[in-house]
Design a protein around this ligand. Structure first.
Ligand SMILES: [Zn+2]
Ligand SMILES: [Zn+2]
Length: 373
């Protein structure tokens, strides 16, 4: 009876097992307006539970998604399941299992386009197809992701999120669809290879103080020069190997000669050398290496005292801020907020306009600081 009902609903799907309760079917099913060859394994016929289906690539994703839904719907019959699958595959439909597809998303066109792009380039895709994450690996084996949000397809321009210095400037062409965006993204990633090579080399060599977790969009790094000076390096996106913008931070008697030397000798910047090599050779300083701990083999828990941490709160980062005030006498550093709070608590401190004057928390020599904004 169940088998007859099934045959009545899908006359072109024939059982390949001779039994009143068949478990295997082979034939054609109309999916998304076209006849697709389909093989069905239904161990719990007439129920669809644990069904497995193989069909054309274009619909495989939908089939797999439907299979996921089945896991929580053990009482769905195979007839209902296949009817639901047909509905899902027909554009602008709402599935029975509560998945609503945006009526502005032409899923059939989208799936065809994704097929052309290649499923291997897709990292994740949301069940309603509105969010797609593409993946790629560049020449240097760096992995990149692109998040796409679709509100309508193929007419509407998607929202694109990438981890690159200036985002992705793409031209939207409804005929090309996502394929065009993926191509422009891949091209832009290739164009940034030199930049990321330079930054990767810097990250692998120098101790990076900021950002805490640099990603591909970050072109600035704050590194540690000698015990008391840090320098923020802003690498040029267009000419990554050229002299970067360097902003020194530390006691003025230490930073002033560095700025003077760099201004005088900037033409000695050699684009064939790394940033670290250039800085060391031009400025005559040592850049603190990333893994000095590993290099000398010690497993000292404490970061060695390099003088960069705030002497008031004993940490480097206060939220995402670095110590930006340095005592000219003892060269110790402070977060602006920490120093201000410290000075404010001293009975001897005095405030004038937006400056507060008092004694250095470390060496008790005179120090002043701006009132934080
Ligand atoms: Zn602090
Ligand atoms: Zn001091």
């Amino acid at each position: 009876m169940d088998h007859q009902a099934f045959l009545a609903a899908f006359p072109r799907l024939l059982s390949t097992t001779i039994s009143s309760s068949p478990t295997r079917f082979h034939g054609f099913l109309n999916l998304g307006g076209q006849d697709c060859e389909i093989c069905i394994e239904a161990p719990n016929f007439p129920y669809a539970q644990d069904v497995s289906i193989s069909t054309e690539m274009t619909f495989l994703h939908l089939v797999q998604k439907n299979e996921e839904l089945l896991k929580t719907n053990s009482s769905v019959t195979l007839v209902d399941y296949l009817k639901n699958l047909q509905e899902v595959c027909t554009k602008n439909t709402t599935t029975k299992f509560g998945q609503t597809f945006s009526s502005h998303l032409d899923c059939f066109v989208l799936l065809q386009h994704l097929e052309i792009i290649g499923w291997s380039k897709i990292s994740t895709i949301s069940t309603d197809f509105s969010h797609i994450c593409f993946q790629m690996v560049d020449d240097e084996n760096r992995k990149h992701l692109m998040d796409i949000t679709l509100t309508s397809y193929p007419e509407g321009e998607p929202t694109v999120k990438v981890d690159m210095p200036n985002g992705l400037n793409f031209r939207w062409d409804t005929k090309e669809g996502l394929k065009g965006v993926v191509q422009q993204w891949e091209k832009t990633v290739q164009q940034h290879q030199e930049l990321w090579n330079v930054l990767d080399e810097l990250d692998e060599t120098a101790r990076i103080l900021d950002p805490i977790n640099p990603t591909r969009k970050h072109t600035k790094r704050r590194i540690l020069l000698s015990n008391f000076v840090t320098v923020q390096i802003a690498v040029s996106v267009q000419h990554p190997q050229s002299l970067p913008q360097c902003q020194f931070l530390g006691a003025s008697q230490l930073t002033r000669p560095l700025i003077a030397t760099l201004t005088e000798k900037y033409q000695e910047w050699d684009t064939d050398r790394s940033i670290v090599n250039n800085l060391e050779s031009i400025l005559g300083v040592t850049v603190v290496r990333k893994s000095s701990k590993q290099l000398d083999g010690s497993d000292d828990e404490e970061e060695e005292d390099w003088g960069g941490e705030c002497v008031v709160c004993y940490s480097l980062h206060l939220e995402d801020k670095l110590p930006e005030r340095t005592c000219d006498q003892c060269h110790k550093s402070f977060h602006l907020e920490c120093l201000y709070e410290w000075l404010r608590g001293l009975p001897t401190s005095r405030q004038s306009m937006n400056l507060i004057f008092g004694e250095c928390p470390y060496c008790t020599k005179a120090i002043s600081c701006k009132v934080p904004a």
